[in-house]
Design a protein around this ligand. Structure first.
Ligand code: ATP
Ligand code: MG
Length: 472
């Protein structure tokens, strides 16, 4: 008998459940990620079980265990989930195959008869191992344990067929390589390159979820580079192909755009928004690239063009508007931080802080990584500059700056000038806030604020008259 591949906690939980199912005449095995991660010494929070019991029976058997809120999981009919103190548990009826119709998120499920059927329909050998809690035995018909030990992602069965059944597996292969730091087996790799075009009919949401997992993975660069080399970028998020297209940054920057971007990703925290911003911060460089007479290569306004491209890419992937706004803010401001010098006024620093708000930390990480990412040796001459900026931001205090506002409200202004709401209010409030940010007006100094408001209002009236527009 093999050594038990699970911890005592997992063993106890698995055995408790297996006995209940066994007594009712069903099999139950621990499957998937928990075994893989135990063998790798990695933490995990999910326990997945495969069983011969049909979904209705799973519910019936789980009910007396008084577990917290049993529920059918998402759209994957046949899975019952519940929570224990230590784990998210999912119990799923054996499957034999899953067929994803074009454009569909829901697989057509066929139930399997044996654990062998169930393991056979799984994607990669490292995910196709089961553990029998009653006999304390590993079931490993596809050589998953050996592949875990060797660090290899290998398709279960004939790779091309498996990718054609569900092209999302192409991205999943890169995801597991990125998460575990594994290599892709040769035959599986050939099939990935050959089947890459089938990715184009996968729904955008599924593509998005895999990209996000790859971006925050421990070996994100490996995953992204696999996507590029297998030709998967082109068929999943075609615009990312731009990153691989531009050769260099000109004579003074020896790294390719791709190599630069990879270094920047590596240098920012493993959170989705800032990782996406790192991936996309220079996306418009190929488009904006120009060469000066002296041979210098420039990329005028690439941050704005890049923010627009980032917006289009992320909305295309069905990211929520808020997330898209966060990423595009980081992309569009990334050059502002590079422009910082100690000659900036406090007002200028406060303005940057107001613009970045909660994203200030991510923006600084991105700028630092960007500066380092241009050097083949991972060194940045700009580090002291960012240190100085951070020190000033600390002194000006983000909370104090976020609380800055116009001393007069829209209601104050409407009452005072006897005018209906309109763009004029925002213009006066912005003018007042500008003075506050520059330290020329205190938030509680309503007297000075009214004098300024009167002046601004006068100018507004003149502006309206000379432009012949109504003062709305
Ligand atoms: P994670 O920690 O990300 O949840 P995981 O190994 O649990 O990692 P899941 O994506 O949750 O991965 O999938 C659970 C199991 O279901 C996998 O181990 C795999 O065996 C199987 N599986 C999931 N999606 C597919 C698919 N598209 N094709 C084949 N098998 C799949
Ligand atoms: Mg899982």
């Amino acid at each position: 008998m093999q050594e038990t591949p699970v911890t005592p906690v997992v063993q106890a939980a698995s055995q408790g459940l297996a006995r209940v199912f066994f007594a009712a005449g069903y099999e139950l095995f621990l499957v998937g990620g928990a075994i893989r991660d135990t063998l790798l010494g990695r933490d995990f929070r999910e326990l997945d079980f495969g069983t011969s019991a049909p979904p209705g029976e799973i519910l019936r058997l789980i009910e007396p265990l008084a577990v917290a809120g049993p529920h059918t999981v998402g759209e994957r009919f046949g899975t019952i989930g519940f929570r224990t103190e230590d784990f998210e548990v999912e119990v799923t009826t054996y499957r034999s195959e899953e067929v994803y119709r074009a454009g569909s998120r829901k697989p057509d499920v066929t139930f399997g008869k044996t654990i062998g059927d169930d393991l056979g329909r799984r994607d990669f050998t490292v995910n196709a191992i089961a553990w029998d809690p009653i006999r304390c035995e590993l079931i490993d018909p596809h050589g998953g344990v050996a592949d875990i030990r060797a660090g290899i992602i290998r398709a279960v069965g004939e790779p091309a067929t498996r990718f054609r059944e569900d092209p999302l597996r192409l991205l999943r292969a890169a995801r597991f390589a990125a998460r575990l730091g594994f290599a892709i087996d040769g035959m599986t790799w050939e099939a990935m390159r050959a089947e890459a075009p089938s990715l184009s009919w996968i729904t955008r949401e599924r593509v998005r979820d895999e990209y996000e997992r790859i971006l925050v993975a421990a070996y994100a660069l490996r995953g992204l580079t696999l996507l590029r080399d297998a030709g998967l970028l082109q068929y999943s998020v075609p615009r990312l192909g731009e990153l691989a297209r531009m050769r260099d940054h000109g004579p003074s920057h020896p790294l390719s755009l791709w190599d630069h971007v990879m270094r920047v990703i590596d240098g920012v925290p493993r959170r989705p928004a800032v990782r996406w911003a790192a991936l996309l911060h220079d996306i418009a460089k190929p488009k904006t690239r120009t060469t000066e007479a002296d041979g210098r290569v420039r990329f005028f306004h690439h941050e704005e063009a890049g923010a627009a491209m980032a917006r289009e890419i992320l909305l295309g992937l069905r990211y929520p508007q808020r997330f898209v706004d966060d990423v595009t803010l980081l992309v569009s401001t990334h050059m502002n931080l590079h422009a910082y010098t100690d000659e900036w006024s406090d007002g200028a620093v406060r303005r940057l802080m107001l613009r970045l708000g909660d994203h200030y930390d991510d923006a600084v990480s991105l700028a630092r990584a960007d500066a380092i990412g241009h050097s083949p040796f991972g060194h940045s001459y700009n580090a002291p500059k960012f240190d100085a900026l951070e020190e000033r931001v600390r002194l000006l205090d983000q909370n104090t700056v976020s609380a800055l506002r116009s001393p007069l409200s829209g209601d104050d202004l409407m009452q005072h000038f006897g005018r209906p709401p309109g763009p004029w209010i925002k213009r006066i409030k912005d003018a007042l806030l500008d003075k506050v940010v520059d330290g020329l007006l205190r938030v509680d100094d309503r007297g000075a604020a009214w004098r300024l408001a009167e002046d601004t209002y006068e100018r507004e009236l003149e502006r309206a008259e000379t432009q012949g527009v109504s003062h709305g």
